[in-house]
Every structure is written in C-alpha cells, then in structure tokens.
Design a protein around this ligand. Structure first.
Ligand SMILES: Cc1ncc(COP(=O)(O)O)c(C=O)c1O
Length: 414
C-alpha cells in the first residue's frame, strides 16, 4: 500500500517529537553524563552533610614562580580554602566523627582541645554541625586574632601561659582536664536527675590531636589519596613541616604505599627536634628535652609547626630525609609568593614552600614536588605580616628573588 505524503510527514513529526522528549527527559539525562538530573534522589539528599561536605577536595595549585625558578613542577594543596580556613578542618571532622561513632562523644557534648590555633578554629567551626560545643585552651603567645576568631565562632577560649608539656598547666594538659571535668559533671547530673537528662551536661571529649590517630587517618584517607589522584600518580616527592605530625605522616604513608619511589621529606623550623630525629635518630640532647627547659622551648615565629617530643601521629611518618628552614627564609618566601603568585599564605605554608625549593635543589630539574598550603596569611597579621614585629626580630624581608635560598643545601637523607 502506498504511503501518502501527509501520513509520512505526520510519522516524521511524531518521531522527532519522541526523540526530543527522550533526549531531554530525566530518564535519558542519566545516560548522558554532561546532563545532570534536576531531581535529587532522597538517598542523595540524606547523604549530604551540610558544611562538612565543603571540607577537603582542595585544588592542587601549580606554584608558577617556584616551578619556573627551579625547573620542577611545584604543586601545593590549597588547604586555606577549607571553610574553617585551614587543613585542620579535615582533622576536626575526623576526630568528632570517630568519637561520635565510638560513643566517646554524644550529641550536645563538649569537645575540648589544646591548640595553638588552627585545630581549635576548625573544631569550633565544625562542632555545631554535629550539635556539639567546644572549649579550647591556647598559649597566650599565639597570634591574638586566632583567639578572637575562636570566640567569635562561639567556643570557650582559655588562654594560658606557655609552659613545658610536662607541666600540669601546659595547654594540652589543661584541655584534657577540662574534658574530664565535663565528664564528672555529667555523671553528677545523671545521679542527681535519676537518669533524666537536663540537657546541660552531656560529658566531654578531649580531641587530643597530637596522639589521636584520627588525625593521621584524616590525611591517610583524605589528603594523601587526593594528591595521588590529582597528580595521577605522577609525583616524585612530598615535603611538609610537622606540628602534630598528622599531615606529614598520613600523606607520606599513603604515597609510599602507592609508590615506594616517591620521596618524602620533612622541613623543620628553628627550635624543633624533629630534624635531628629524622637525620640522627635522636631527638635532642638531654638538656634540650621538653620538660628540662625553663621557658617555652620553641624558637621560631612560625606557628603550628615544630615540636620537641615524639607524637603518635609523627611516628607513623615514612621519611627519606629532612631539611632545616629558618624564620628569615619563611618570611622571605611568603613575600616572594605574594609578589609573584598572589598567594597570601601563613607561616607554616611559607616554610613548606622553602622545603619544596630545597627538595627541588636536591633532586634537580624535571621533578614534580608536592607540598601543602596549610592556611592563609589572614590569620598572621599581628606577627608574621607585621612589619614592626619582624623589624624588632631582625627579620625584615629584603630579597628581590629567591637568593635567600642560596647556596643550595645538600640533601639530608637517612
Ligand atoms: C597552620 C598550621 N600549619 C601546619 C600545622 C602542622 O600540621 P600537623 O599538625 O598535621 O603536623 C599546624 C598544626 O597545628 C598548623 O596549625
């Protein structure tokens, strides 16, 4: 039977309409990866965790100035982009989630921490997302803006004199005590209220970032895999300074497991014993041990890095060597990055970049070296970016290029 032209036209029109509908319908959109479905399934919505979802997965930036100067690809994780402003957001989330999972912390409970700043800011930032409260104890020589931020975030801040870790009033020991006190209070309430919660005392949990392996795991399960994926496994070295050691340990261990040829290094600020530990196997002379010194043992203007005791977290690190960095190098590096790359970074990030250049000088051109930009310069206005403060210490930056890192130092390997 012959098909009439107007029948043919009708069939063609119908077919086009059907294909168009399918192409733009929700069913087909799932088959086309460039089209996102409009509807979010209930399952997906439940999986979302609010602010916490914005933590991690930071960009891996190429530091153009340092890459061009060294002939290496120098890449850095932009951790200052986390919502709480530093790499410690990852640690805060991991510590709280693990504590909740294990029942060491309950909703409405109090998280306590002894921190020179960043971890406290991160805990104060994320605690409300878990309906918890936060109490932080910090040494009173830490930059004032950090205490102000923590208070503004709604946490309690207790500022104490900087003393040795062996002293009962070291900020870490005070924080541990505050969690115990909160637990005792909760017990008393339980007895008094015969099991009826008054809602004002749910107990405390000491975050203990130095010894708590959740810190290591935050980087072993998060930052390390991200670096591996973002470089597609094409990296030769990783370098970082250490405070608790969580960053350098978690990342170095993960990268070494993926490829034992990736070289991992520590960059250590003045006054810290970790360089000696990595190079010589001993941390300090007897006189230098924490607890034997009369004053604060740290002799650096960098914040959050350098330590004179071995922490659980640092012990997990897999290192091939270490470098020493000076305060002057960190200050000069920060200004170099600002002038050449528009990067406004904190003191530990600047020290990490000093480390990246030292590694580049050791390995030679053509290598890919990864480091971490822990936080931004906004938290360091009163010290690291204060011209008068630096002038009083003879640390006024004067370099025009990277001449402050010459001559290259020889690799320090075990
Ligand atoms: C700003 C900043 N950078 C670096 C570090 C060191 O990282 P980690 O404790 O993982 O060794 C810290 C630690 O508190 C810090 O606050």
């Amino acid at each position: 039977m012959a098909v009439r032209p107007n029948e043919l036209f009708a069939v063609a029109t119908l077919s086009i309409a059907l294909v168009s509908y399918l192409l733009f319908s929700h069913q087909l959109s799932s088959l086309l990866p460039w089209r996102k479905p409009h509807k979010i399934s209930n399952k997906k919505r439940k999986g979302r965790r609010g602010l916490v979802d914005a933590i991690g997965n930071t960009p891996l930036l190429r530091i153009n100035s340092l890459s061009e100067a060294t002939g290496c690809e120098i890449l850095a994780k932009a951790e200052f982009l986390n919502p709480g402003g530093s790499i410690k957001d990852r640690v805060a989330v991991k510590i709280i989630e693990e504590a909740l999972e294990h029942g060491d912390l309950v909703e409405g409970g109090l998280v306590t921490e002894g921190s020179a700043g960043s971890t406290a800011i991160s805990l104060a930032t994320v605690a409300p997302a878990y309906r918890c409260k936060c109490h932080v104890v910090i040494p009173d020589d830490a930059a004032i803006e950090k205490a102000q931020i923590i208070e503004a975030l709604g946490a309690n801040v207790e500022r104490v004199r900087p003393v040795s870790i062996t002293h009962r009033d070291h900020f870490v020991n005070v924080a541990r005590r505050r969690a115990l006190e909160a637990n005792e209070l909760a017990k008393k309430h339980e007895i008094k209220d015969a099991g009826i919660s008054q809602g004002n005392s749910k107990g405390g949990f000491f975050a203990d970032q130095f010894e708590n392996f959740a810190n290591f795991r935050a980087h072993y399960e998060g930052t390390g895999p991200e670096i591996w994926e973002q470089t597609e496994g094409n990296l030769d070295a990783f370098v970082s300074a250490a405070g608790t050691g969580g960053t350098v340990a978690g990342i170095s261990r993960y990268l070494k497991e993926k490829n034992p040829n990736v070289k991992c290094f520590l960059i250590d600020p003045p006054g810290s014993g970790l360089f000696n530990r990595v190079i010589r196997g001993v941390m300090y002379t007897r006189e230098e041990a924490e607890g034997r010194r009369l004053k604060n043992p740290f002799d650096t203007i960098t914040e959050g890095i350098g330590i004179n005791r071995l922490t659980n977290n640092f012990m997990m690190a897999e290192l091939d060597g270490a470098y020493r960095g000076t305060d002057k190098e960190a200050v000069e590096m920060s200004r170099f990055l600002l002038r050449n790359d528009g990067l406004f970074v904190g003191s530990s990030s600047a020290m990490n970049c000093v480390g990246a250049v030292r590694v580049a000088q050791t390995l030679g051109a053509g290598h890919t070296i990864v480091t971490v930009l822990c936080d931004s310069g906004f938290r360091h206005l009163s010290k690291f970016y204060n011209p008068q403060y630096l002038a009083d210490l003879g640390l006024t930056p004067t370099a025009t290029r990277l001449e402050f890192l010459n001559p290259p130092r020889v690799s320090q390997s075990r």
